[in-house]
Structure formats: structure tokens, C-alpha cells
Design a protein around this ligand. Structure first.
Ligand code: HEM
Length: 158
């Protein structure tokens, strides 16, 4: 592994939701989802990721995103670049502190025919909990709603 990304090594691996993720938002009925996560490296000073969500009953593919996580060498500054199947491409930046990564969107681009309401801001927190499970919490603000939690999920390593 490239030593630059060592502070993020706790994120590496193949992870599966356990229990199912919880989806919420002020405009939505609460929902559950399954998610497979792959976080890997190829020796570059960057991690590669893909998040693939599925319906818990039908296993129908739902939200998908993939991208890269970079660390500014010799700092705890992190950049997260993601392309999503909904037609969004976003850059988030933040900091890793121990086994916790907090990031906020710096720019969000979308295809011209993206579904409304549009997301205007995203924040995420990843952490490795005391049981060795990875957790992700995502909040967002849209053109109609203030910053509100959209997702919380815990993954076990498989
Ligand atoms: C709805 C954004 C990840 C499932 C939405 C909406 C937005 C959004 C803007 C519309 C909210 C409204 O109508 O007021 C995002 C962003 C994500 C993300 C930015 C990642 C950063 C996910 C994931 C799932 C998911 C991982 C898991 C399955 C849903 C569902 C709805 C929804 C079921 C309601 C139905 C629909 O509009 O398709 N999301 N989402 N989202 N999201 Fe997400």
C-alpha cells in the first residue's frame, strides 16, 4: 500500500450491510436497503471505491456510485470524488481523524435531465466502530429541504 493512504487503511476491504441500511428524508417514507461496498487500492496514493445498493426484498439494484478517495500527502486532508447512477458527479472534501472521516461537498454537477428535487449539498461521515464495523451516515440539502439525514448504514467486513 502506498504510505500516503495509510491513514485510510481502516476503510479497505469488501463490506456488506449488517443490518440493512436505514433511508430517511423529510419528503420520503423511511426505507431499508442492502449495500455492498468495495474499497481497494492498486499501490497509488488513492483508494478506489464502489457502493452498490439493492432492494432488501427483491434484490433489485438501486443507488450505485463509484470513485476515488485521495489524501493530501503529509496532511489529514481528504478529497472524495464520486460518480452516481442518478447522473450526479460530486467532489467532497474534509479530514480523517483516527478512524473517522468527515467530508462535505465542494461541487456537485448533474446531467441536464436529472430528476428533481436536485441535491445542493452533501455531507458524509465514515467511521470504524468499536466492533470493527464500518459505518456511513449521509445527510443532504435539496432545492426543497434543508440539510437532513438521508442514510445511515453499518457494514460488516466479508
Ligand atoms: C431519494 C439523493 C443515496 C435511496 C433521493 C432524493 C435525492 C437523493 C435528492 C430525492 C429526495 C426528495 O424527493 O425530496 C441521494 C444522494 C445520495 C443518495 C445525493 C448519495 C450521496 C442513496 C442510496 C440509496 C438511496 C445509497 C439506497 C437505496 C433513495 C430512495 C429515494 C431517494 C429510495 C426515494 C425514491 C426516489 O426518489 O428514487 N435521494 N441519494 N439514495 N433515495 Fe437517495
Amino acid at each position: 500500500m502506498n504510505p500516503v493512504v495509510e491513514p485510510l487503511s481502516w476503510m479497505l476491504g469488501t463490506w456488506l450491510s449488517d443490518p440493512p441500511g436505514a433511508g430517511t428524508f423529510s419528503t420520503l417514507q423511511p426505507f431499508q436497503y442492502l449495500e455492498e461496498v468495495y474499497i481497494s487500492h492498486v499501490g497509488q496514493p488513492v483508494l478506489n471505491f464502489s457502493f452498490n445498493a439493492f432492494h432488501p426484498d427483491t434484490r433489485k439494484p438501486m443507488h450505485r456510485e463509484c470513485g476515488f478517495i485521495r489524501l493530501k500527502p503529509d496532511t489529514n486532508k481528504v478529497a472524495f470524488v464520486s460518480a452516481q447512477n442518478t447522473g450526479i458527479v460530486e467532489v467532497e472534501e474534509g479530514e480523517v481523524n483516527g478512524q473517522e472521516l468527515c467530508i462535505t461537498s465542494h461541487s456537485i454537477a448533474r446531467i441536464s435531465f436529472a430528476k428533481e428535487p436536485h441535491v445542493e449539498q452533501i455531507t458524509r461521515k465514515f467511521r470504524l466502530n468499536s466492533e470493527g464495523k464500518l459505518e456511513q451516515t449521509v445527510s443532504m440539502a435539496t432545492t426543497t429541504q434543508p440539510m437532513t439525514q438521508h442514510l445511515h448504514i453499518t457494514y460488516k467486513k466479508v
